[in-house]
Design a protein around this ligand. Structure first.
Ligand SMILES: Cc1cc2nc3c(=O)[nH]c(=O)nc-3n(C[C@H](O)[C@H](O)[C@H](O)COP(=O)(O)OP(=O)(O)OC[C@H]3O[C@@H](n4cnc5c(N)ncnc54)[C@H](O)[C@@H]3O)c2cc1C
Length: 451
């Protein structure tokens, strides 16, 4: 029987999912990709056409298929030989093109279609799934996958500009305030500089932390048994700090430890007590992020240069609100060590606080609709929907679905390490294997396997 699979969301996760289904499905399936924008493989991360916006993952890790690790590099060498020579950190803007090529290569003629619509609901039936679209029509499917991304990109908050959608200031001397000091801030500063910006740029965040830079290193070989799974975040932090200290004292690099931990992060998160997860989010996530999500050297050099010249200043403080006075904006910021907010004058304020935010009790879009209908429930900390270890959607009663799965950032709360390409393609492989086998999966193939 030919299975029909509907994927809601056609960003990188949806496209990688579809390509893996075709690779493993042996021609015995049809895929409908429902993508609101109609653009395949781009989503939030890869819609940029600024060549300064680089991947923070090396080209060697960007294949859509975990079983063919050089697939992306081979495509790059033919499609963009100059970029391939400049490697290993390539512009993000070419990735959508690669994913379209991967789909062309794998999808049998007549078995793949894209619907430019929003998916508004999914209902599991006895032998399949009913997928509802924004125009009121519905699609019958055997399986469905939620690939709607972070889904938390908010409309502009009051006077704050959106770094992904809003234009750069025409006035090259404008005073720019950026709320957030993570990689979105880095993208925004590079966009401003590429546009010839001369004015002062101030970036503010509670801890004023800047991402570390990539460097050549050799990941430490760690087995899951080496890691104190289930320990409190306090114990884990001390264990990790000691490991780094010892490794560095022996001539190694801290990055070796971070990247050695990477294959085990999903297991660490899975076994972390809820209270420890909360403490991690409150106190340690910002430190973790700057070491885990590093800047490519080319970006780091430009950021260092503008910090040194004084054009970019990083301020430690908490953004409270913004007000307008004539043509000027004022941001209230409580600086570290102060009680009262201080007004910061700016011509433009960008909101670069990122997309990983607590959803509290409501989620927008399809995830929100699934929760409301009882087909899904929020993960305990409200970081997204809850999935089981095989990426199956967990319903209101706590039962994993046999037919609806999730991939990418939408599974962040369950896996934590599920937003970068190497993790997404691993999820895609797992889900595709499960679907190809009619819904069963060998326990050893689960994500976050037991030690
Ligand atoms: C700015 C930025 C830079 C990043 N850089 C890197 C990097 O360098 N390296 C790396 O490995 N990872 C990076 N990431 C992580 C990134 O999240 C993933 O690599 C990946 O792009 C996630 O893709 P996605 O398709 O799940 O989500 P998204 O990119 O958010 O795409 C979701 C798609 O679903 C569509 N959609 C949403 N709801 C519906 C609906 N109801 N119906 C139909 N369509 C819908 C949207 O239109 C969108 O196209 C970055 C992320 C961001 C935001």
């Amino acid at each position: 029987m030919t299975h029909h699979i509907v994927i809601a969301g056609g960003g990188a996760s949806g496209a990688i999912m579809a390509a893996n289904l075709f690779r493993l499905g042996d021609g015995a399936l049809r895929v409908t990709l429902v993508e609101a924008s109609g653009e395949i493989g781009k989503g939030l991360a890869y819609s940029t056409n600024n060549p300064s916006h680089l991947f923070n993952v090396r080209a060697a890790q960007l294949s859509a298929f975990s079983g063919t690790p050089d697939h992306f590099e081979r495509w790059l060498a033919i499609a963009y030989p100059q970029i391939a020579r400049n490697g290993p950190f390539v512009p993000r803007g070419i990735y959508g093109e690669y994913l379209e090529a991967a789909l062309r290569e794998t999808a049998p003629v007549g078995k793949f279609r894209v619907l430019s619509q929003a998916c508004v609901g999914m209902r599991q039936l006895e032998n399949g799934v009913e997928v509802t679209l924004a125009d009121g029509s519905s699609l019958p499917a055997h399986f469905a996958v939620v690939a709607t991304g972070f889904g938390m990109q908010k409309p502009n908050e009051g006077l704050l500009s959106n770094p992904w959608n809003d234009p750069l200031p025409e006035d090259k001397d404008a005073r720019v305030l950026i709320v957030g000091t993570g990689l979105t801030m880095v993208d925004t500063v590079l966009s401003l500089l590429d546009n010839g910006h001369r004015g002062k740029i101030i970036a503010v965040s509670r801890r004023g932390l800047l991402s570390q830079r990539h460097a050549l290193h050799r990941p430490l070989q760690l087995s899951t048994a080496d890691i104190p799974l289930g320990a409190s975040i306090h114990y884990l932090s001390r264990w990790l700090t000691d490991l780094v200290r010892t490794h560095v004292a022996n001539g190694g690099d801290w990055r070796d430890v971070m990247d050695g931990m990477r294959p085990h992060i999903q297991a660490v998160w899975r076994y972390l007590p809820t209270e420890s997860r909360q403490r991690f989010l409150r106190h340690a996530a910002a430190f973790w992020d700057i070491h885990r999500h590093r800047m490519p050297p080319a970006q780091a050099e430009r950021i260092d240069a503008v910090l040194e010249s004084g054009q970019l200043e990083i301020v430690k403080g908490r953004f409270v609100s913004a007000t307008r006075c004539g043509t000027r904006l004022f941001a209230d910021i409580v600086r570290s060590g102060w009680d009262e907010p201080q007004p910061f004058k700016a011509d433009v304020i960008y909101d670069c606080r990122g997309v990983r935010r607590r959803a509290d009790q409501t989620l927008p879009g399809l995830p929100g609709a699934l929760v409301e209908a009882g087909a899904a429930r929020l993960e305990k900390l409200g970081l997204g929907l809850e999935f089981d270890r095989n990426c199956a959607l967990v319903n209101r009663e706590g039962e994993p679905s046999a037919r609806i799965f999730g991939i990418g950032p939408v599974t962040l709360g369950t896996f934590w390490e599920s937003i970068a390409v190497p993790d997404i393609r691993e999820q895609a492989r797992l889900i595709a294997e499960k679907i190809a086998s009619g819904g069963r999966v060998a326990p050893r193939n689960s994500l976050a396997s037991l030690p």
